[in-house]
Write a protein that binds this ligand. Structure first.
Ligand code: FE
Length: 235
């Protein structure tokens, strides 16, 4: 397997490249519009064909590079069905793996940050990896106060679908504001200050309710664009 973790500094977003060494097919999880040229250069350098762009959810903090990458490489946009996004090539549902050559990404419906949110489990030889999007971050999690977010729902998603994975599963989040790169299910279950360490759902809901976060600056641009797979209209 070929694997790369790529960082976009304005929104602190991680984009993940996963590719099959035999077929040279690749997928990009959560690509960002501003870094499409970087991603294309990397695909070229590694001799890969982009088969899919895959979204964890409809982002409010950046515009996806999915539509631009589709225009430039004929990749297919894979987006959770529940998002109701348009111009989608592959509607993602739990139970329907996305195959990239010999690799299988298994969607796990993990609502709570948004109602369409999916994490992706990759059971490769060696350590398993889970791309946790904004459901579970290193020592944190995504906010639950807009886009049909709900703290109790996120608690259930993380505990039932993510903390049930083996301890050594590597956790790759969609963001980290301190550029920490990777964690594990065991580490987050033990010490995530919001969701781990035996915290119950009432404690988690109280923590999330007290956050009082400002509205994301990009939200009014990013959400409508991402509902069109990142097509930005100049009208
Ligand atoms: Fe998000």
């Amino acid at each position: 397997m070929i694997f790369r973790q790529l960082f976009e500094p304005v929104s602190s977003t991680y984009t993940y490249l996963v590719a099959c060494e035999e077929t040279r097919e690749a997928a990009l999880i959560d690509p960002v519009l501003e870094t499409v040229n970087r991603d294309l250069a990397l695909l070229n350098e590694l001799g890969l064909t982009l088969k899919y762009t895959i979204e964890t959810h409809i982002h409010a903090d950046h515009v996806t590079g999915a539509d631009r990458l589709r225009d430039l490489t004929r990749s297919q946009t894979a987006v959770p069905e529940k998002s109701a996004a348009r111009q989608v090539d592959v509607a993602i549902r739990e139970g329907e793996p996305i195959c990239v050559g010999t690799l299988r990404l298994e969607p796990l419906h993990t609502p709570g940050h948004t109602d369409d949110h999916h994490a992706y489990l990759l059971r490769s030889t060696g350590a398993w990896r889970v791309f946790t999007g904004d459901a579970l971050m290193i020592d944190g999690c995504g906010r639950t106060d807009f886009q049909n977010g709900d703290a109790a729902t996120l608690y259930r998603s993380v505990h039932d679908k993510l903390f049930s994975l083996p301890d050594e599963t590597l956790v790759y989040p969609a963001h980290d504001y301190q550029q920490r790169q990777v964690s594990s299910i065991g580490q987050e279950r033990a010490r995530n200050p919001r969701l781990g360490g035996g915290k119950n759902v009432e404690e988690f809901v109280a923590i999330m309710t007290a956050l009082n976060l400002p509205r994301p600056k990009m939200m009014d641009v990013a959400v409508p664009a991402n509902l069109e797979c990142g097509e930005v209209r100049n009208a």
